[in-house]
Design a protein around this ligand. Structure first.
Ligand SMILES: C[S@@+](CC[C@H](N)C(=O)[O-])C[C@H]1O[C@@H](n2cnc3c(N)ncnc32)[C@H](O)[C@@H]1O
Length: 464
């Protein structure tokens, strides 16, 4: 019952029965048990039969509130929302849709009332709903007409109807119906290369492409974004990494590269935490046994289309990457400790930050070569000189941090990955380390720039 293409009459009956069970609200796990099918099979069946990838057929759209409770705007580079948000018509029914807290923060920070927001991967219309609630014009397009139908339903509520979103079935690679320099803010959440399929074999659906092909097509989206955006304005894109053969594929950084090549500057590089990761029991045991971390973050780069004329830049009081801090340390720990981190986001209390970070690195990667804050241009030389002492299965861990220089982010972690090219060294993990401080959002005043609070650990493994 794995191939939807070649099916017998009895399979057709089973498929109909599964769809009826879904319509009655029976959970996928129960349907899977009754019919001997996987979760993936149910998802594929729904996408093929309904033309849209939804998790639930009967979502209650009764509006209880138009706003999130106790909302405060994000002020640091780590965005973390414990619940996904269910105000207005927002729900998790459209698979892989983004939390409404993300477009809300983006729209508030980077646009004004009455301005135009563009989302060219509209899905079920989360951005369009937030634009309406925040009184912005919105142009929302998606390749799938069924998604657009659902998005139209989602914005169909009585509020202030001054700014009704405009919907189009269209292709993000071709925005020819939009004029140059006409958009105030782009915020979009693309499909991730071949991870979640939004349609069954629909031509032009980028979710059906493999990574290389996907990045080639995204280049066209980046170029169109640059053309339609007004100079000096922002384009925010949420993108996650993926895994192949127990190693991370830095799709987020590759994606950033494509947009930078299209002419954009990097205004912010935000980490969006994911909270639906399982971290105990079976997952904990396997994370240790097979030495991998569950992906628990996505990247949210904010690109800016530069204004052509020289901008006067305010000199900022931020950490400048000097390279003076390059140190290579090998620490031997006597004491074992019980709990290791199991996801790609390590959040430690301020007073124990260094201790817990070091312990986790050395326990999990068994006395690696640990390099702190190297200059990206020197990383190839530093490691080449040490590579002869590496045995297969040994690790090298690089600690680093992005920096802001003259108003733009220099993405040091990305630059290190770009510069380090040694055939026998494979990037295994990109880990985000962050200081646990629940009051950060209250502690800092609102400022035009986010406070960079996260660091990275880049974990490389010697292969062969
Ligand atoms: C991650 S989803 C977006 C979800 C959306 N942010 C939401 O909250 O509902 C990505 C969307 O991109 C759409 N898509 C795929 N290829 C496209 C293309 N070439 N042009 C426009 N949309 C496309 C898919 O149909 C899917 O709805």
């Amino acid at each position: 019952m794995n191939n939807l293409k070649t099916i017998s009459q009895s399979d057709i009956n089973i498929q109909e029965a599964i769809l009826q069970e879904k319509a009655r609200g029976i959970p996928d796990i129960e349907i899977g048990r009754r019919y001997g099918v996987s979760f993936h099979y149910i998802e594929k069946l729904i996408t093929e039969k309904k033309g849209i990838n939804i998790s639930n057929f009967n979502v209650d759209k009764e509006i209880k509130s138009f706003y999130p409770k106790n909302f405060t705007e994000e002020k640091t580079t780590v965005w973390s929302f414990k619940s996904r948000g269910n105000w207005a018509t927002h729900s998790g029914e459209y698979r892989g849709n983004w939390s409404p807290y993300i477009p809300r923060n983006l729209i508030l920070r980077y646009s004004k009332e009455g301005e135009t927001v563009l989302d060219y991967f509209c899905g079920a219309g989360t951005t369009a709903v937030e634009s309406k609630l925040l009184r912005r014009k919105c142009i929302a397009l998606d390749i799938n007409k069924e998604a657009i139908k659902l998005a139209k339903q989602n914005v169909n509520f009585k509020f202030d109807n001054t700014y009704k979103p405009e919907f189009l079935v269209g292709d993000a690679r071709d925005l020819s119906n939009l004029t140059n320099n006409s958009i105030d803010l782009i915020c979009a959440h693309p499909p991730y290369a071949n991870i979640l399929n939004y349609t069954s074999n629909q031509k032009d659906d980028l979710s059906n492409l493999d990574i290389d092909e996907f990045l080639k097509e995204i280049k066209k989206v980046a170029e169109e974004s640059y053309r339609v955006l007004k100079p000096g304005r922002q384009c925010a894109i949420l993108i996650g990494d993926t895994r192949r053969k127990k190693c991370v594929i830095p799709l987020g950084f590759q994606f950033i590269d494509v947009y930078l090549r299209a002419g954009f500057k990097l205004k912010e590089l935000i980490i969006k935490r994911q909270h639906n990761c399982k971290t105990s029991g079976f997952w904990y045991a396997n994370s240790i046994k097979y030495n991998f971390l569950l992906l628990a973050h996505e990247h949210l780069p904010i690109f800016e289309k530069p204004i052509k004329k020289e901008q006067s830049i305010v000199k900022e009081n931020t950490f400048v990457y000097s390279g003076n801090e390059t140190t290579i340390k090998k620490i031997h720990l006597k004491k074992k400790f019980e709990e290791l981190e199991t996801t790609t986001v390590w959040n430690f209390p301020e007073n124990e930050f260094e201790k817990l970070l070091t312990k986790n690195v050395f326990e999990r990667y068994k006395n690696p070569l640990f390099i702190k804050f190297p200059i990206p241009e020197e990383i190839q030389k530093i490691i080449s000189e040490k590579i002869f002492i590496f045995k297969t299965g040994n690790f090298c861990v690089i600690q680093t941090k992005d920096v802001r220089i003259n108003g733009y982010i220099r993405p040091i972690a990305k630059e290190i990955i770009d510069n380090l090219k040694i055939d026998t060294l494979k990037i295994k993990e990109i880990i985000i380390v962050n200081t646990e401080n629940k009051n950060f959002n209250h502690q800092f005043p609102f400022s035009k720039e986010l406070k960079i609070t996260h660091q990275y650990l880049l974990v490389y493994e010697k292969i062969l």
